[in-house]
Design a protein around this ligand. Structure first.
Ligand code: ATP
Length: 234
């Protein structure tokens, strides 16, 4: 479904992503784990068209993305749940969800999808007229996910969805990710919480200073001694 080949990304003189190749197949949950500054966010931004690569190829269902406008990428069925949620704080919950559907033309279906988001997240329905900036951290994360779902994605790229949440809420968010996947949405998940990210993923990649250093079956990585030492606090 998504293929990234020999991706290189720079910020001026900083070479943030080196020759990264990865693949996400239809129906999978794939996790990309790594420490602070490893380049995880940069990779997601480059896939979703927010940042242009220096070199390499990004293919989504065979279509090349690296020169495509971000809104067209959304229209192809790819949505991004950004790091730190980045909801529109001064807008209501309902307006935020509406923004998620901005690239769509099928307005009748949009209304149905809004109903589905409110059914999945009853808390958002209760708070639809509340300013998003006044939601709790967990509610904001649900709103960020709901907003992404409003573009009707086939693949969801999630950047650190567990960040800043209490252990109980982290569990809830990972459960939601699994449910979304079971409903047919393919997931590329970027996380510092390697244990949770590996426990729900089919496959995973380990990123260190802009390079993929390990990849494989998530269960195998979870029991790998090197991964345990470096990322699982063992
Ligand atoms: P974190 O988990 O802390 O968000 P990350 O793995 O997502 O980290 P990135 O945010 O992709 O890492 O950063 C990768 C590298 O690129 C870092 O060295 C960072 O300082 C650098 N970088 C990121 N954005 C910019 C920018 N806009 N200008 C210059 N350097 C940047």
């Amino acid at each position: 479904m998504l293929q990234v080949k020999n991706l290189n990304v720079t910020y001026g003189a900083i070479h943030a992503v080196h020759d990264v190749s990865l693949e996400v197949r239809d129906g999978e949950i794939v996790s990309l784990i790594g420490a602070n500054g490893a380049g995880k966010t940069t990779i997601l931004h480059t896939i979703t068209g927010l940042k242009r690569p220096r070199g390499g190829h990004i293919l989504f269902d065979g279509q090349s993305l690296q020169t495509m406008d971000a809104f067209k990428i959304v229209r192809l069925g790819m949505a991004h749940v950004p790091e730190g949620r980045q909801i529109f704080a001064q807008m209501t919950v309902a307006e935020n969800l509406d923004m998620g559907a901005y690239a769509r033309r099928d307005k009748e279906q949009v209304a149905k999808d809004l109903e589905a988001v409110y059914t999945r997240f009853p808390r958002l329905r209760e708070r639809q007229r509340q300013n998003a900036g006044t939601l709790s951290g967990g509610e904001q994360q649900m709103l960020a996910i709901g907003r992404a779902l409003m573009s009707k994605p086939r693949i969801l790229l999630m950047d650190e969805p567990s960040m800043g949440l209490s252990p109980l809420l982290v569990k809830d968010i990972f459960k939601i990710i699994q449910e979304l996947n079971q409903s047919g949405i393919t997931i590329l998940l970027v996380e510092q919480n390697a244990k949770m990210a590996l426990s729900i993923a089919d496959r995973a990649y380990v990123l260190e200073t802009g390079r993929i250093v390990m990849e494989g079956n998530a269960a195998d990585l979870l029991s790998d001694e090197k991964v345990k030492k470096a990322y699982l606090g063992a």
